[in-house]
Design a binder for this molecule. Structure first.
Ligand SMILES: N[C@@H](CCC[C@H](N)C(=O)O)C(=O)O
Length: 284
């Protein structure tokens, strides 16, 4: 099978994008395709696969598959790249339009000159904060803000945020010493998160700057995670390290994102989207 693809990234969080307005791939093959394209030795190499699809409710639809073939509900860096692709490839005519995801519809605005888009702003919607919505085990509907969370004899403090997908945020004194390699792969599968979780360590620099590292559910360490950066800013506000309605610069391994948790409860994200490769994947 010959599958035309575009490789794009948001701050180094790279996916193989397939234009499903033109291609057809059977549903039951998608998970394996994600694993195969993501493999750097026998495939193309990426953090997963993103499908850009026709949508009944929005201008375009997005589906995201992690490196291990599992399907996520949304992807912040992916949304910026889908918006760039949709505008540059004339799937949409306006610079502001709706994108459907499995976590709901979001509004994206592309920035750039004529057909070349370099930055995108996305209204990522409202965070969900209660235990059931994350989801975490337990019956109550309370918020999880700096809750004691022991893992492998490490006493941590957890703030949990859903941006349509689950995030476990841990504030640390020094980002360079965060136990990402050791605890990321354990926390992501912790039984207290029945659907797994994206794991973020965050150092507060000041009210408007955070350092951020991530272990993504289904993909492991990545250079950046857009929904994770949004979750980190929400967690910083909940812990009074930052203020609502203020733009916070999140420094990720692959670059910076500007995030604002507005007073109407919506989280806004602005950052780069880049295309690196266009080609054809030969798949059997
Ligand atoms: N890289 C993403 C998030 C991708 C999905 C995530 N791993 C999950 O399973 O929830 C982002 O930029 O938000």
């Amino acid at each position: 099978m010959k599958i035309p693809f575009t490789k794009m990234h948001g701050l180094g969080n790279s996916y193989i994008y397939i234009n499903m307005f033109e291609e057809h791939i059977e549903e039951e093959k998608l998970s394996k395709l994600a694993i195969d394209v993501a493999n750097k030795d026998t495939g193309i190499g990426s953090d997963g696969l993103i499908l850009i699809e026709p949508s009944k409710e929005a201008a375009v639809g997005m589906r995201i598959f992690n490196k291990d073939g599992s399907e996520g509900k949304t992807c912040g860096n992916g949304l910026r790249c889908v918006a760039k692709f949709a505008y540059e490839n004339n799937l949409v005519k306006e610079k502001t339009f709706l994108i459907e995801t499995k976590a709901g519809n979001v509004t994206a605005e592309v920035h750039g000159t004529h057909q070349l888009i370099d930055e995108v702003t996305v209204d990522m919607g409202e965070p969900s904060l209660n235990r059931k919505a994350i989801p975490m085990i337990g019956e109550d509907t309370s918020q999880i803000i700096s809750e004691n969370f022991e893992v492998s004899h490490h006493p941590l403090e957890l703030t949990a945020v859903s941006m349509g997908n689950p995030h476990a945020v841990f504030f640390v004194e020094n980002i360079e010493e965060a136990p990402l390699h050791d605890l990321g792969p354990i926390i992501t599968h912790d039984h207290r998160f029945p659907e797994g979780v994206n794991v973020e360590f965050v150092e507060v620099v000041n009210e408007t700057e955070l350092h951020f590292r991530v272990w993504e559910r289904g993909s492991g360490i990545t250079q950046a995670c857009g929904t994770g950066a949004c979750a980190a800013v929400v967690a910083a506000v909940l812990n009074r390290y930052a203020a609502k309605d203020q733009v916070v610069t999140v420094h990720l391994s692959g670059g910076d994102l500007a995030i604002r948790w507005a007073t109407d409860n919506h989280v806004w994200m602005k950052g780069k989207a880049q295309t690196t490769i266009e080609g054809t994947f030969l798949w059997s």
